[in-house]
Design a protein around this ligand. Structure first.
Ligand SMILES: *Cc1c(COP(=O)(O)O)cnc(C)c1O
Length: 412
C-alpha cells in the first residue's frame, strides 16, 4: 500500500509551479507557497500560517519567535520523535522530559507540573500518533505558570480537541509535511500556525534571514534580527496543496478503515488497541498496540518476550509490525552525553542539572517495552481490504496461542 498516493493532479500542480517561475516564498506577491499557507489556514481554521522547510525547523522557529532562548527550560514528552527534544537545544534551551499517559501516549499534565522550575519557559505537547494531547489541562498549567505552548502537530493534521483543530490551541503549532506524514509533500516541508499576526511576522522574518518581504516592494536585503534560511520551495508547496484538496475524502475513508480494523482487534484478549478519547478526533498517523501477558493468558512471561513472539508471528503472516522509538527521548545519546554546542551547551549555560532531574519515565518505559506499531500502510485510503487481511492474521495468531506461548517462553 503505497504512501503517499501520487495522482495526476499532483504531477500537474508540480509542473505548473515549475512553469510559474515563482519558485520560492520570497518572490513578490502570490506564489504556490503563499497559496498553500492560505489553503491550510482556511481548511483547518487557523488565523495565520507560515510555510517553512521542515517540521524540525518549524519547532525551532516557533520557540525563537516566542523568545525562548539560552537558559530556558522547555518541557517535552519523553515519548516522541527526536526532533521534539532537539528543537529547544537548537535555541540553546534545555529540554526537560515529562512522562506520558498510558492510554493516549501523550504528555502527562501531572508530570509537567512536577517538572516546572523558575527556569521553565515553554511546553511542547506532541499530538503523538495523531491523538490530541490533553490541551485543556496543558493550557491551564501554562496560564498558571506564565509559560508559552508550542504544539507539535507533526503527526496530527486534521485532529481536533473539543472541536478545535490541534496546532491552533497553543501560542503556536507546527506541522511536518515530510513524505511519511498524513498530509505529505514530495520531500520535506513544514508549516507553522498561530493566532497572532505579530508572531507570524516574527516567524516570516526568521525563515528569511531576518528580512521583511512586502508585496509591491523590492527586496532590500535589510535584516531586522536573527534569521535562518528555512524557506519552502514552490514545487513542494504545490504538491501539498494538491494533496490537501483530497484530504477530506482520504480522511473519511481512513477513519472508516481504521475504526473497522480496530473494532475487530479489540475482541482479542491481551491486545490493547489505540482509542480516540471522547470529544477528540484521532487521525491515526501511527497505530500503537500494547500487549498484556496476563490478559493474554501468559502469566509469568514478560511483556518484551510476548512482544517478541507476536512480532515474529505477525510478520510471518505479512503484518509489518515494528517499533516506533526504541528508548525514551532522554535516553538518546545527544541528551545523555549532552552533545549540544561547544562544551556541553545549552546545559552548561544554565549550570542546571537539566534533564538529570527526576530522570524516571516509568510509563514511557512500559509502553516502549510492551507495544508494537503499524505505520504508513493504513494511510492509503484504499487500505480497507489490506487491514481486513491484517485482522485475519491477528486472529490466526491469537487462535494459535500455544505457539505464541512456546515462542514467548523461549524469548524470556
Ligand atoms: C516528523 C516529526 C517531526 C519533524 O518533522 P520533519 O519535517 O521531519 O523535520 C517533529 N515532531 C514529530 C512528532 C514528528 O513526527
Amino acid at each position: 500500500m503505497q504512501w503517499p498516493l501520487i495522482e495526476d493532479e499532483d504531477r500537474k500542480a508540480v509542473l505548473d509551479a515549475l512553469d510559474g517561475a515563482r519558485l520560492v516564498s520570497d518572490t513578490d506577491g502570490v506564489n504556490p507557497v503563499s497559496d498553500l499557507e492560505h489553503e491550510w489556514a482556511r481548511r483547518f481554521g487557523f488565523a495565520q500560517c507560515v510555510a517553512v522547510s521542515n517540521g524540525t525547523a518549524a519547532l525551532s522557529l516557533a520557540l525563537s519567535a516566542l523568545g525562548v532562548g539560552p537558559g530556558d527550560e522547555v518541557i517535552v514528552p519523553a515519548l516522541s520523535f527526536i526532533a521534539t527534544g532537539l528543537a529547544p537545544v537548537h535555541q540553546m534551551a534545555v529540554p526537560v522530559f515529562a512522562d506520558i499517559d498510558p492510554v493516549t501516549f501523550n504528555i502527562d499534565p501531572d508530570d509537567i507540573e512536577r517538572r516546572i522550575t523558575p527556569r521553565t519557559r515553554a511546553i511542547i505537547p506532541v499530538h503523538l500518533h495523531g491523538a490530541p494531547a490533553d490541551m485543556d489541562r496543558i493550557m491551564a498549567i501554562a496560564r498558571k505558570h506564565d509559560l508559552v505552548v508550542v504544539e507539535d502537530a507533526a503527526q496530527a493534521p486534521g485532529a481536533t480537541h473539543r472541536g478545535r483543530p490541534v496546532g491552533g490551541i497553543g501560542d503556536a503549532g507546527s506541522f511536518s509535511l515530510q513524505v511519511s506524514k498524513n498530509i505529505p509533500t514530495c520531500g520535506e516541508g513544514g508549516l507553522l500556525v498561530t493566532g497572532s499576526g505579530e508572531l507570524a511576522e516574527a516567524m516570516r522574518r526568521g525563515r528569511q534571514f531576518g528580512e521583511v518581504i512586502e508585496a509591491g516592494r523590492d527586496r532590500d536585503y535589510v535584516s531586522y534580527g536573527l534569521g535562518w534560511n528555512h524557506k519552502m520551495n514552490a514545487l513542494q508547496a504545490a504538491f501539498t496543496s494538491a494533496q490537501l484538496a483530497r484530504f477530506d475524502g482520504y480522511e473519511e475513508r481512513r477513519q472508516r478503515n481504521v475504526t473497522d480494523f480496530l473494532a475487530r482487534l479489540a475482541e482479542l484478549p491481551g491486545l490493547r488497541v489505540p482509542t480516540a478519547l471522547p470529544d477528540t478526533t484521532h487521525v491515526w498517523h501511527i497505530l500503537r498496540f500494547r500487549f498484556d501477558p496476563v490478559a493474554f493468558g501468559l502469566d509469568g512471561v514478560g511483556p518484551q518476550a510476548l512482544r517478541s513472539a507476536l512480532r515474529r508471528l505477525l510478520r510471518a503472516e505479512g503484518v509489518p509490525m515494528s517499533q516506533y522509538q526504541l528508548m525514551p527521548l532522554p535516553d538518546q545519546k545527544v541528551f545523555v552525553d549532552r552533545l549540544g554546542f561547544g562544551s556541553g551547551h545549552p546545559w552548561a549555560v544554565t549550570g542546571a542539572p537539566g534533564t538529570v532531574r527526576g530522570e524516571d519515565y516509568p510509563v514511557t518505559r512500559e509502553v516502549i517495552a510492551d507495544s508494537l506499531t503499524l505505520q504508513k500502510r493504513h494511510l492509503n485510503p484504499g487500505a480497507g481490504e489490506l487491514l481486513s487481511l491484517y485482522a485475519d492474521a491477528f486472529e490466526k495468531v491469537w487462535a494459535n496461542r500455544d505457539m505464541v506461548a512456546t515462542l514467548a517462553k523461549a524469548a524470556s
